[in-house]
Design a protein around this ligand. Structure first.
Ligand code: CA2
Length: 151
């Protein structure tokens, strides 16, 4: 059975590929989404990919995940370091949650070292660029047991 994964992206991630390639790489968010769709198919996962610059949208989408999706991947962008509202929404979800960051937040400014999201996440991948999203999908496929069915 195909299981579904919601992939949420926070503020400014729509700008990927246009500036700061030294920090975030040169891939666009659209190309990361395309890679996730392909990788998801191979892993027996259907992937829904969303981005918003608005905190409330991300809270609404996390709430929507309950009952509609089997797992969640989130790169909350700068809200990672500020949002108790997104943390509270994530804490109410009973499904695998993987936090992803393109950059290594621990090697950057001190204010980026703390993630509110991490308290609710089963795991966190950072510093590997867009591949981090694929690795997150792979870990979810292991957890949900879709790998055998996809082969
Ligand atoms: O490394 C990540 O994935 C981050 O979540 C990205 C956020 C940042 O605030 C977090 O600390 C770490 C920012 C994304 C901004 O992306 C841009 C891409 C190109 C040009 C400008 C911003």
């Amino acid at each position: 059975m195909t299981r579904s994964v919601l992939v949420l992206n926070g503020p400014n991630l729509n700008l990927l590929g246009t500036r700061e390639p030294d920090i975030y790489g040169s891939e666009t968010l659209a190309s990361i989404e395309a890679t996730c769709q392909n990788r998801g198919k191979a892993l027996g996962l259907s992937v829904e990919f969303r981005q918003s610059n608005t905190e409330g949208d991300l809270v609404d989408w996390v709430q929507e995940a309950a009952g509609s999706f089997d797992a969640l991947i989130i790169n909350a962008g700068a809200y990672t370091h500020t949002s108790v509202a997104i943390l509270d929404a994530l804490l109410s979800l009973d499904m695998p949650i993987i936090e992803v960051h393109l950059s290594n937040i621990n090697q950057r400014e001190k204010f980026r070292h703390h993630s509110y999201i991490s308290k609710a996440a089963d795991g966190m991948i950072c510093g590997l660029g867009g591949i981090g999203y694929e690795l997150a999908l792979e870990s979810i496929a292991h957890r949900l047991g879709t790998l055998k069915e996809a082969k």
